[in-house]
Design a protein. Sequence first.
Length: 477
Amino acid sequence: MSHTFVIFGASGDLTSRKLIPALYLLSKKGRLPEGTRIVGMSRTEFSHDSWRAGLKKTTEEFTGKKFEEESWSKFAAGIYYHPGDLTKLEDLQGLKALLEEVEGGPAERVYYLSTAPRLYTAAIDQLGESGLANQEEGARRIVLEKPFGYDLSTAEKLNKDVNRVFPEKQVYRIDHYLGKETVQNLLVMRFANSIFEPLWNRNYIDHVQITVAEEVVVGRRGGYYDQAGVLRDMFQNHLLQLLMVTAMESPVRFDADMVRDEKVKVLQSIRPMSSDEIARETLRGQYEGYRQEEGVPADSQTETFAALRLWVDNWRWNGVPFYLRSGKGMSCRTTQIVIQYSQPPHTLFDQKAHMDSCRLVMQIQPAEGLQMQIQTKVPDEGMMTRTTPLDFRFCKEFQGEMPDAYQRLLLDALQGDASLFARSDEVELAWGIIDPIIQTWRSAQAPKLHLYEPGFWGPDQSNDWMAEHGRQWFDVC
Ligand code: BG6
């Protein structure tokens, strides 16, 4: 059966920056199912040709050296546009007529909602009403971009609204972190090598650190960001996804539901916190200058940095803290997961401290790779030890660039593989963890909001906080 990829919100930034470049590069590599069509819809008036011409320019810009005239022409021949408002039934009926005309028979469709989230429910209702969600002429899948709700109750409502029209198996909630090669490699590393598994538990691991640091500041996204804050923007989705992939048990098979069942169990194991515990176990910060950003109120209390200590109360992880932190205006852009192994039970050598025991650093981005840091004897220095790296870098070992996360995710959506997409229960459980923290942070019991200077590692208090636990952040740029 042939495929159609329908983009709602087609005139938006995401379409030109991510979706079309990813689809074009897939087509150029011969990965897109033969004959895949792309149909865009938004309120802006374009003809098929003028939309193609605009996309050609932006795709050239965003794919740079990888753009080729000939492969573009082949790809662009399958691109169509339909102007309209997706919350209006008559406009969707017009789209339906175009789809039937270009498909000329049964076809599988992916509907990609690249629109403002407040339109999701109205759009989904109209997709149902217009018959576009009807599966008789081929599968109908829907892809949703985050945010999946604003809190637990809005997420539950959104899930209900979506599932009224699309069965859960047809719903693909994108978290682009799962499309990153290095995040998938974490699964491969853990479950395709037998040496890590015996050491991947409370008996050998002191703690885990997950850092997503961004050098960029909020910039022009102030209006959105001030309503969201770092917990909604990064923790509810990306950081908890990284935690799940680090902590989950092996699924029986790499099958969408089996993978997600295991991830869900991790979220179910995260220890709930009382408000007092939240005040102790979390840290909030805001970079200096944030309140001067466009769209941000001068007295904003919104966090641009957070650090949390979470406990996964299950057989494998009992007693092992997971430290999560993320912030904007940090020293550099880096995403890394650090497995800090425990100290040997008895110290024979001149080994300074806890921090000097063995650690595994999974560098998610940039400089994607893996580093095992072990103690080595310093030559000619008695029995003194030093931390030395066993280093693997993707760029040294493999040719070519790392594909953007969207390539993998869009292809999976077209092929009906939901393994790397979030399921409704996963999203709700994640909100169940983040919501109480946000509520406490908005209450009289809120821990202090620490200001920090951009260009460093967040507030100094975050280092003091780790030191109180006898630990320290592992910072590498
Ligand atoms: C998005 C957030 O989901 O992820 C942004 O809304 C953030 O605020 C971005 O900058 C980070 O993604 P990446 O892939 O650059 O780490």
